[in-house]
Write a protein of this length. Sequence first.
Length: 235
Amino acid sequence: MKKLLFSLSLALVAFLASSCSDDKRDAIGRTEIVIETSRGNITARLYDDTPVHRDNFIKMIEEGVYDNLIWNRIVPGATIQTGEPTQKAGAAAPTVDASKYRHTLSPEIKFPRYYHKAGALAMCRQPDDVNPDRLSSGTHFYIVSGKKYDLGSLAEVWQGRRNNEPGFKLPSLSARQKKVYTTKGGAPLLDGDYTIFGEVVDGIGVVESINKVPIDAKERPLKEVVLKRIRIVKR
């Protein structure tokens, strides 16, 4: 009888742990994707409270926009970027009409809820001087690799932004954000300027591997890294 009760207890603990894990992921967002690259797979969740970006990203996936592209920009210690429909691996011809994918998206910037921790998934955009409304690109996206900061460096980043960015009004980083930036890393220079619409839940090592690929003076990889495709595995 004791063995049976012990077995039942173990089963209950396992069930609760699994349920908590599912609940935690569902709190992030129910849509799960797998980004297949030539360096390995990256699994990410798309946030439910950035529906414009989530739904657009799903549409781009379903229409094959991201099939067989190259990672076209790498900022060491910060981000990896892709999503240009004309930049196919092996210089292959585009498989979609790129002119149909030059749309923009209304911003869904939700700082401080979402910030540029390692693994953040966000859409690129044109700079403020030509894009004051901060509209996102419809296809170009990036993932944060980031670097770890000490508290002094974080303070310098934030003070530098206050001094150099006109109209800078972001609140100070929270204790939790500081802990993440000092222990896991990220790109705080980008906070509050771009729409983050998801995050990596598995495969951050792949992101870091791509971020270490040598680049030229224009931040283009010297060795081709391929985004093979993106799959939707859960909604």
